[in-house]
Design a protein around this ligand. Structure first.
Ligand code: NAD
Length: 362
């Protein structure tokens, strides 16, 4: 039996509530798939501040260093308290701290529209009724967000501000490989997003991605300009499988794709390092407005655990069984408040977890 060590960082707000459901589901996977999960719980965000006066204490980092993957909840406090020491900079300190420490350069954000939730999509019904299943692979540590120089100079009418979009061959090659490897675990298609008609960096991006595409003759490859991609997402999202993007285009398009599902609280994400290490977390935040009420949707957290099984533990069958259990429960019409529709059965956090568990075990 293999043993996998998981650092469980539930964080703030609804984090601990939804994490409890994800652990429940992982527990069920253990016996079914002959694996043992060793959970090490650690504090992060505001939850760590009271004890450590840090959003990412060394104790937490050590637990993560000794683990095979991080399952992360969410961090952040009530909006009106953001300026207090406890909450100021909590997201940046926790998330960027972990990304930097573990070299998490590849961000995987699935945007899946379940036919059962098509009503929630802002797309026209003839487009949304078909559902879609897209994975945005976003480069996370380079590009214009981190390029130097950046700054401002001068004053008055001649004052200027500038950023630098820069990618090295090595950076493009490694994120492209993640996209093509991931496509092989899905529907074998990569659409690489660029702006090669205008930007030198993006001419280079396209050239390097094409070189990598040559190493994957079994994966369909297509380049697409970012402006066209933004439009195609709304007209024909079914054409996409994996969308490979640099940092800025990935930031924008992954949000657009997520919004098209109409249910942000349903979406997981992964941030991967070289090798199998990764951090897995829901797309949403700590939702302080509903924290402690037992009504948060645990599905994004549960699907984050499924991604962890697929990408860090190479347990695709177990991941798929969780994903299928989630879809079954949605088809059975059980809904938390955020995805509730007239006539469907309203359940709370724990009952949604129990329903998914039951389907998984059946
Ligand atoms: P949010 O995602 O926490 O909440 C937005 C809305 O979506 C709220 O109405 C909330 O109730 C709802 N929602 C979110 N997740 C839900 C779920 N699982 N089930 C049901 N409803 C859900 O975003 P926000 O309000 O902008 O931010 C709240 C706090 O979270 C802030 O402190 C912010 O900085 C932080 N935040 C953290 C992360 C992270 O930890 N990765 C990401 C985004 C925001």
């Amino acid at each position: 039996m293999s043993v996998k060590k998981i650092a469980v960082l539930a964080g703030d707000g609804i984090g601990p509530e939804v994490m409890q459901e994800a652990v429940k589901v992982l527990d069920a996977v253990q016996s079914k798939y002959n694996v043992k999960f060793e959970y090490k719980h650690a504090l992060v965000g505001g939850a760590a501040w009271d004890d450590f006066h840090s959003h990412l204490p060394e104790e937490t980092l050590n637990i993560c260093r000794e683990s095979d993957a991080i399952l992360f909840g969410s961090v952040g406090g009530p909006v009106r308290e953001q300026d207090t020491d406890k909450w100021c900079g909590v997201e940046v300190n926790s998330l960027l701290g972990l990304r930097k420490e573990f070299g998490l350069y590849a961000n995987l954000r699935p945007a899946k529209l379940y036919p059962a939730l098509a009503f929630a999509s802002p797309l026209r019904s003839d487009i949304s009724s078909k559902g879609f299943d897209i994975l945005v692979v976003r480069e996370l540590t380079g590009g214009i967000y981190f390029g130097r120089p950046k700054g401002r100079s001068g004053a008055g009418e001649t004052e200027t501000a500038f950023d630098t979009m820069i990618y090295s061959r090595a950076e493009i090659r490694r994120i492209a490989r993640v996209a093509f490897d991931t496509a092989r675990k899905r529907r074998n298609k990569v659409t690489s997003i660029d702006k090669a008609n205008v930007l030198t960096t993006m001419v280079f991006w396209r050239q390097v991605v094409e070189e990598i595409a040559g190493e994957y003759p079994d994966v369909e490859y297509e380049p697409m300009y970012v402006d066209n991609a933004a439009m195609q997402l709304t007209k024909n999202p079914q054409q996409f499988d994996v969308m490979l993007c640099g940092n800025m285009f990935g930031d924008i398009l992954s949000d657009e794709a997520a919004a098209l599902t109409g249910s942000l609280g349903m979406l997981p994400s992964a941030s991967l390092a070289d090798g199998s290490f990764g951090m897995y977390e829901p797309g949403g935040g700590s939702a302080p407005d509903i924290a402690g009420k037992g009504i948060a949707n645990p599905i994004a957290q549960i699907l984050s655990a499924a991604m962890m099984l697929r990408y860090s533990f190479n347990m695709a069958a177990a991941a798929e069984s969780i994903e299928n259990a989630v879809e079954d429960v949605l088809n059975d019409d059980y809904r938390t408040g955020d995805i509730w529709q007239h006539g469907s059965k309203r359940v709370g956090t724990a009952e949604m977890g129990d329903r998914i568990l039951k389907r998984l075990e059946s």
